[in-house]
Design a protein around this ligand. Sequence first.
Ligand SMILES: C[S@@+](CC[C@H](N)C(=O)[O-])C[C@H]1O[C@@H](n2cnc3c(N)ncnc32)[C@H](O)[C@@H]1O
Length: 339
Amino acid sequence: MLNSFKDFYETIIVDHHQPVEIKTVEDFKKTNVSYEQRIINENWTFDTKPRDATGHEAAPNNRFVFEYLILERRLSGYKGMDYWDFIRHIVNSRENTRILSVGSGPCAVEMEIAEKFTKPYVIDCLDLNENLIKDATRRAQERGLNLKPMVANLNETVFTEKYDLVIICAALHHFVELEAVLDRIHDALNDNGMFVTYEPVMRSGMFLFPATRVFLGLLFLLLPSRLRINHQDYPGEKRVDRYYNEYDRSGWTFECIRSGDIPELLTKHFKTIHYGRGMTFLRRVSDSIYGCNYRMETERDRRIVKALCWTDRFMRAARLLRPEGLFFIGSRKDRPAPI
Ligand SMILES: C[S@@+](CC[C@H](N)C(=O)[O-])C[C@H]1O[C@@H](n2cnc3c(N)ncnc32)[C@H](O)[C@@H]1O
């Protein structure tokens, strides 16, 4: 009993955070893993992720992830449009749209969006990972889509062109030189250009906000052990976690390296058109760590998932927990908002 209290105190009440606060590439010198090594690790991580035929990361046996995705997309939307719908809406309501997608990886999201464009467009797709970009180039050609993939490190890239839209899906949280990156994106926008991004914005290192840690700690005490099997963090083993397995996920790559700084920096660097608050804790129980534990063919697990989704909505609406996701639309600071 005493041990359980001690465990709860040390895991849930004591705060956990990035051991070294990272703000610039220089700060990596204070960590065990250099910037150069992180680039290698980052590329390896994305090279080895299982993907489906379109290049999307595959989530085998994880039907929960699709429920949560739909939930979050819709609830953080702009006038009922999620990231995908909004970009299509803008492109299809103009004559010719020049788009830059940053951290596009396999460009699966860009291709999914572009398949429904009805007006002329071009998407310059930029990513650090050469293998992903090569694959994307081949797929885009096969599908007849006007994507121009290119390899570059955004921490060091200066854009020479101007764009109507700059878009980033789930990649801003991998950039270190955020202030410089956002400045360059701002300068790459046409006078009426918009920056559209859909991002995880959890605490840097993917750590939990203290209130979310307590909530999740209590939730994990209620969840049966079969829903606490960790499918990701212990290679070759399916261990049952007592509590959500929280550790520094920015420790050896750029994962969530400065995710906690994103909301404030976005509103500082751009005129805000839309600030759509995403889920609060739901991703923590539905993603690749625990998500495939839920057997959606059973009434019992469908009920649990519905209760979790409802609770997340409530926490978000009542502002009891901070959102860990954001759908942001911004425009140039020095021009009137285009919409
Ligand atoms: C989580 S993935 C997102 C990929 C894609 N946007 C999607 O939604 O599937 C993050 C991407 O950021 C890229 N990335 C990380 N650091 C980068 C950098 N410094 N410059 C350019 N791309 C980078 C990675 O190679 C990876 O493809």
